[in-house]
Write a protein that binds this ligand. Sequence first.
Ligand SMILES: [Zn+2]
Length: 238
Amino acid sequence: MVSITREQIAVLVELQSIDVESTRIQAFLNGIKPKMDEFDKQIQSVEQTIEEKESVISGLKQEYRLRESDTKDNQEKIRRNNEKLVSVKTNKEYHAILKEIEGLHKKNSTIEDEILQKLDYLEKEEKLIVQDKSELAKLREEAAKEIAALNEKGDTEREKLKALLSSKEEIEKTMNPEVIKRFRIAREQTHGSAIAAVKNTICQGCNMNVPAQMYNELQRFDKLEFCPRCYRIIYWAE
Ligand SMILES: [Zn+2]
């Protein structure tokens, strides 16, 4: 049996509220890094999209230049053929050259259609990239703001936690070590809340009735009692 007083019960209740608050703060602090990572991930994903589009665009531009140089080659061939036309001897040769010129014109016309299509696509992609870049800038700005706020709140909360833990330590020093030991065991068993009030015979930790004799004993506030259901330290409350 561990003896206790009404005042000590009040101290345990206070310790518990310190625990609850400390746990809340710790959870918040633990959540900061994943939140920052999430921002990084979002930014990286947009950056990657932009990179991919830029590579598509640069490929298109290269193709465009190649096709353009093809048309120039063809034009040069046409020019040379036209020169040849002046000095041909036979009708057959003349028609052959004309046919070749015609073929070159056709080729160029096809290439020009292709070029126009590519330019059209290029223009669209470039517009999209501008949108993506402005989205990225917004995202970066937002992330920087959120991260600054998180860091600021983190600093405040860390200070709060430090103060809570040191006051907890001070409070524990004033208590019977055996009571503190039982309190800690109860906290571990119940994953957090170590003490619960009993109101109208009902344990507020697990909502179950405590035995009548125990309920009567609780009102004496002379020894540590545990809920037979949830193992929390229990105390009588009106
Ligand atoms: Zn209980």
